[in-house]
Design a protein around this ligand. Structure first.
Ligand SMILES: C[S@@+](CC[C@H](N)C(=O)[O-])C[C@H]1O[C@@H](n2cnc3c(N)ncnc32)[C@H](O)[C@@H]1O
Length: 222
């Protein structure tokens, strides 16, 4: 969404990642596995450093790049639970977690997030939830995501502007995309009009929402 020259300028200030993350990023680019872009990497790094989450939930593991990335910058003792349904990617992600010594810090749950999320207990909730799966399904995940997000917790959703297509007239997109776009608009409305959340839509990477769950006292005071 951001102008290319502006992006190049911004990324010229990026801090180096560990070599293994650079290699995994390169592998993902070469094999067309979608992973978080540099702007999302910077945002997650900042949020994790700031919020020091103890429990992170990710929807959409792919081959584990973002889970490993978050684990790299998370405080000691932080546990990440990540969900993936694509059988071809699951063993690669699992292998990567073992290869980089993170199999005890990251739990990979296999299957469709709609079912898995509904079965997760809300014992304390998650301090940070990262949504990076099928965009048309975010709205279906939302009731469980809200149940699982702890007070003060942060919800980050990626790819919410669909390469800018979400702004196009509904007549200019295919029927399938129209359905996805309608659901995404519904999701954005639900996030921005939910009294328990404070949400901002950021036009960075492919469009990101940042939501914070209000603490109970905050809500009562309003
Ligand atoms: C953009 S990729 C995730 C990239 C990853 N977060 C990273 O940056 O390294 C999205 C992943 O979500 C998975 N996915 C999509 N819908 C899903 C669902 N309903 N349940 C579980 N996984 C899903 C896809 O198979 C795909 O691997």
């Amino acid at each position: 969404m951001t102008d290319e020259r502006m992006l190049t300028f911004i990324h010229s200030f990026d801090r180096e990642k560990p070599d293994y993350l650079n290699e995994l990023e390169q592998y993902s680019l070469e094999t067309n596995v979608p992973i978080i872009r540099p702007q999302m990497q910077s945002l997650l790094r900042l949020l994790i450093t700031w919020a020091k989450p103890v429990r992170i939930l990710e929807v959409g593991t792919a081959i584990g790049f973002s889970a490993l990335f978050m684990s790299e910058y998370a405080p000691k003792g932080c546990h990440i639970t990540t969900i993936e349904k694509y059988e071809k990617r699951i063993p690669i992600a699992r292998g990567n977690f073992i290869q980089y010594g993170k199999e005890h810090d990251i739990t990979l749950l296999e299957g469709d997030a709609v079912e898995i999320l509904s079965g997760l207990p809300d014992d304390g909730g998650y301090d940070l939830i990262f949504m990076d799966a099928a965009k048309g399904q975010y709205i279906h995940f939302l009731p469980d995501i809200l149940r699982l997000l702890s007070p003060g917790g942060i919800l980050v959703s990626d790819n919410i502007l669909q390469e800018g297509e979400l702004l196009e007239s509904k007549y200019a997109v295919t029927r399938r995309n129209r359905t996805i776009h309608n659901r995404m608009r519904e999701y954005l409305y639900a996030l921005t009009h939910n009294d328990t959340l404070e949400t901002m839509i950021l036009p960075i990477a492919d469009g990101v929402t940042l939501s914070v769950r209000r603490q109970m006292e905050e809500k009562d005071e309003q």
